[in-house]
Ligand binder design. Structure first.
Ligand SMILES: *Cc1c(COP(=O)(O)O)cnc(C)c1O
Length: 432
């Protein structure tokens, strides 16, 4: 009935998440409020871990792309589920280390890591640094040498794959700020430099072709291209590439029109292509890495708001305003993302009211959804926006100096705060 398995309608006709009444959660924790189902997150993690075991003999690791949703509680869950962690900044690295995440299972991404960030990563002993460009390789080699350490490195490659998604979230094509280009020879130069560089242990190659992808075909093409490059590396340098990282980008259901693949199906198909290509190109089967972000956290989260003013403009539209908006969910203003809306206290009623859900920020574009169907809402109702577990809290801002909502986790019929609500005092706490 809903886009996520963790949602249902209870006997009161209210929306429930993980079996807990969302209207009660709104009363207990206030609105706006992010609610995340921990059991759903764990199930998503397990599906990835299992897919590598079942389709690739366990010769790989699923690492959670923590930019989708990162806080200490999330890092602990991911560690307990035996996944690695992908971080893209010193702040994400710091969060993971403070949560006790083992450094050797942390993979550090980013197209322009700062020198202090590279130093932090080397000194923490992160498992792999995903090198984006030659300038970074030189800096990293120097930093590793001066600290007397050897650093495991994976090179980010642009495989030249168009993943048919929104251009802001498409990254595998040649016109991208991320990684070394294959076609121009830049990638091979990078690999040779990494093999030759002091204190750099060249481990493998990486690609990430985009996000919210529903077809398995672009992933199969990427696997083919990357194995081809492994063969080329072997031919030119004699080095067998040990690790192949195929990135993330698996789509989730934001609306009933979306048809994501089962993760096991993705892995079954990609593993088949990988094994066949390795035989064909005469290279050893690599240890594989996959980097799901959105598909681990997205479906597990919702955001609860309280409805304020309802403004009907005859023959034009009805604006329903809520006590949050682009500050806690900037995805609509950024990408015109689709979301399913449910009036939490009327979840058993028909959706026969076409509304535009408006945020409270001083921007006309501060909308969460336009022309969406929802129950007959009125001021004081609780509005739930579904599938907000990824790229909502992590992209939130204090625009208009609005304090950020808390993150509440539910599991086994219990709820708890894992990120507390910001106060006005928090908002001014850095002001001098
Ligand atoms: C963002 C990102 C991911 C995760 O993408 P999702 O679409 O959230 O699965 C994985 N790898 C890299 C390098 C990324 O930048």
């Amino acid at each position: 009935m809903f886009v996520s398995d963790c949602l249902s309608v209870n006997e009161k006709g209210h929306l429930a998440i993980g079996g807990i009444d969302t209207v009660e959660l709104a009363a207990q924790y206030g609105t706006p409020c992010y609610v995340v189902d921990e059991d759903q997150i764990r199930a998503n993690c397990r599906a990835y871990v299992r897919s590598i075991e079942e389709n690739y003999g366990g010769n790989g690791i699923a690492i959670y792309a923590s930019k989708a949703f990162n806080c200490k509680a999330m890092c602990r869950i991911v560690n307990e589920e035996k996944m690695g962690l992908d971080v893209v900044s010193g702040g994400e690295l710091y969060t993971a280390l403070k949560a006790g995440f083992p450094a050797e299972k942390i993979y550090f991404h980013g197209n322009n890591k700062t020198l202090p960030e590279l130093e932090e990563a080397v000194s923490a002993g992160v498992g792999r640094i995903m090198v984006d460009n030659m300038y970074e390789l030189e800096n990293l080699s120097r930093i590793a040498r001066s600290s007397g350490k050897s650093v495991g490195v994976i090179l980010r490659i642009k495989p030249g794959i168009d993943a048919h998604t929104h251009s802001f979230i498409m990254t595998g094509q040649i016109d991208s700020k991320f990684g070394f280009a294959l076609e121009t020879g830049e990638a091979m130069e990078g690999v040779k430099a990494a093999i030759a560089a002091d204190n750099i242990n060249f481990k493998g190659i990486h690609c990430h072709i985009g996000s919210q992808i529903f077809d398995v075909e672009p992933f199969e093409r990427a696997a083919e291209v990357m194995v081809g490059f492994m063969a080329e590396i072997k031919a030119q340098t004699g080095v067998e590439v040990a690790e192949l990282d195929l990135g993330g980008g698996f789509g989730i259901k934001y609306s009933s029109d979306d048809n994501p693949l089962e993760y096991s199906e993705y892995m079954a198909k990609v593993a088949t292509v990988l094994k066949a290509e390795c035989v064909k190109r005469g290279v050893a089967q690599p240890f594989i890495i996959i980097e799901p972000g959105r598909s681990v956290a997205g479906s597990a989260g919702i955001t609860l708001y309280t409805v304020g003013a309802v403004k009907s403009i005859p023959d034009i539209r009805t604006y329903v305003s809520i006590d949050g908006g682009m500050g806690d969910n900037p995805r609509y203003i950024l990408y015109q993302s689709t979301y399913e809306l449910v009036c939490a206290n009327k979840a058993d009623k028909p959706k026969d009211f076409k509304i535009t859900l408006a945020g409270r920020c001083c921007e006309s574009g501060d909308l969460i959804q336009e022309d969406a169907l929802v129950q007959q809402v009125e001021p004081g109702d609780i509005m739930a926006v579904l599938s907000t577990g990824a790229y909502n809290y992590s992209m939130s801002s204090n625009y208009n100096r609005i304090p950020k909502p808390p993150v509440v986790m539910v599991s086994g019929g219990q709820s708890r705060v894992v990120v507390r609500r910001e106060t006005y005092e928090d908002v001014i706490s850095k002001d001098i």
